[in-house]
Design a protein around this ligand. Structure first.
Ligand code: KG4
Ligand code: ZN
Length: 336
């Protein structure tokens, strides 16, 4: 069985073709970096137009890469929310059109579910229920995953998302938009004990997060320092990342202790490509005797494979979407 997935919820246009043996037959992706970097963030209108420019070509290239034709595909999937509505309309419209013209099934994939299921594609031993840390540019959640389409939200951010916090701090330090990766690189060379940034809601006795106070503390500190040289920058990044890691460590440890029927821990979403965060989860797993798994870093950030995979699993579970389905800019996992 062959699945085609299209991702277009933010600034990545991606098309993937996979089969039911979890083999990636093709993956074509364009990140619209040049289009948005001069504006310091993703401009929705530019993103939609760029998706429209790229998606056609990426589908053709993916078919060439996989050495198949559209007729060989069994199910056509599109990331259909949450996300920027213009981009979602582009991806889902083209997916529905292909599906309709070939009279093949269409699956409207929830973007968060795609991040949530991605570790399964790469780890045969991972079993439901598992504890999921979902950390992306728009979401920070701890969920208990009972199965495809079955999610229980245990904790969420009450303000900014973790990735958003990384991005805003990166911007304060002069990096382009979506600078989480730059912070990670810089932090590797820094001293994490140099600055004592807050750990908001560390002892809140629930599994919720808050990052806006941490962001403000960073702004205040950066404004205090007139001239930020490379070493200072590295120390700020290392100290900032240490705060994030302490928070994640505490909340996930608590979540697993409160749910001792869960024996697997996974993370998904762009921030989970961060090597220190991955190490933190591995340490939690070692301490609590829990199996920890991830997708490879490049499949933690937005990509087409996760859409093709989540769509295929839904299809195998008997779930397809009508050709009249419209994408949803807001779409919670618990509403699946
Ligand atoms: O999942 P994703 O690609 O898009 C959304 O669904 O939001 O996540 C993007 C987020 C951005 O905030 C980006 O800065 C962050 O993931 N990110 C990272 C790293 N790589 C990407 N944050 C920390 N460390 C990284 N290595
Ligand atoms: Zn994402």
């Amino acid at each position: 069985m062959i699945s085609l997935g299209i991702e277009s919820s933010c600034d990545d246009t991606a098309v993937a073709i996979i089969n039911d043996k979890n083999e990636i037959l093709a993956h074509q992706i364009i990140t619209q970096f040049d289009e948005h970097s001069k504006y310091g963030g993703v401009v929705p209108e530019i993103a939609s137009r760029s998706h429209l420019n790229y998606v056609d070509k990426l589908i053709k290239n993916a078919l060439i890469e996989a050495q198949i034709t559209l007729n060989d595909i069994d199910v056509i999937c599109a990331g259909s929310g949450p996300g920027l509505i213009g981009g979602l309309i582009v991806g889902s419209s083209i997916a529905k059109s292909i599906a309709y013209s070939l009279q093949k099934p269409f699956v409207a994939v929830n973007h968060l579910e795609a991040h949530a299921l991605m570790p399964m594609m790469f780890n045969k031993d991972l079993k439901f229920p598992y504890m999921l840390l979902l950390v992306s540019g728009g979401h920070t959640q701890i969920l208990k995953v009972y199965g495809v389409g079955q999610y229980k939200l245990l904790g969420t951010t009450i303000d900014d998302a973790c990735g958003e916090c990384f991005d805003k701090v990166a911007k304060m330090l002069g990096w382009d938009y979506m600078g989480g990766k730059e912070i990670e690189k810089s932090a590797q060379k820094g001293d994490e004990t140099k600055y004592d940034f807050p750990r908001p809601m560390l002892h809140s006795h629930d599994l919720n997060f808050s990052f806006s106070g941490l962001k403000t503390a960073l702004r205040t500190q950066i404004e205090k320092l007139n001239n930020i040289d490379e070493t200072t920058k590295n120390d700020i990044c290392a100290s900032f990342q240490a705060s994030i890691i302490d928070i994640i460590n505490k909340k996930l440890t608590d979540a697993l202790k409160m749910n001792n029927d869960v024996k697997y821990l996974v993370a998904g979403g762009g921030v989970s490509s961060n090597s220190q965060i991955r190490k933190t989860l591995e340490n939690i797993g070692n301490k609590l005797n829990i199996n920890v798994s991830f997708a490879p870093p490049k499949y933690c950030t937005d990509n087409g494979v996760m859409i093709a995979y989540a769509g295929l699993l839904n299809y195998q579970n008997g779930k397809t979407s009508p050709y009249t389905t419209t994408p949803k800019p807001r779409w919670n996992l618990e509403d699946l």
